[in-house]
Design a protein. Sequence first.
Length: 230
Amino acid sequence: MTVKENLRVVNEKIEAACRRSGRRPEEITVLAVTKYVRPETAQEAVDSGILNLAENRREGLLAKQEAIRDDRVIWHLIGPLQSRKVKDVVGRIDYFHALDRLKIAREINKRMTEGKLKCFVELNLSGEESKHGLREDELDPFIDELRALEHIQVVGLMTMAPYTEDTALIRKVFRNLRLCRDRIRDRHLDDAPCTELSMGMSHDFPIAVEEGATFIRIGTALVGNELKGS
């Protein structure tokens, strides 16, 4: 199937999830995760109307940006960032979805000369050692530390659910992230409005939509994985 055909299927699943949960499809932004595809496929996504592109690593981000010269594209970095690589991405991304270390936040703040970088604080709510992110009890103190950094804006929270067939467990993780988001949002902080939820991938995004996701990160189900394992 083409990316355009895949997008139609994804949108149908979003619409169905919205009907089940009383939401509107316009509330959800679809990110095409292009980590495992060639620039030509990423361009196909843009041509299909997907203007939010996401990469996991600096190298992939820069390569896709070199190939896709389209001012309409909104660029997302969704993987962890090393401090020595911050200088290469500041000014080149619109959203950073994996903020979970004060060291990285300070480096971003130092490298930016104006404006604010829209960041999602990443939480590890499944307890899996293989996943990045803060524990739930670390969230509020982390937000408080970030308030001293004038170029950081916490627009929301991000998490990854376990890769499992246990839909109840997936739903529990997403629901917990929403509750954490609500807690920070209700503090009414100018530098951490925290209105967004970045959660849901190819295998679980309908559940994420039902639980309040506003950004969903879709790779395989949307653009494929033609480079995985190569």
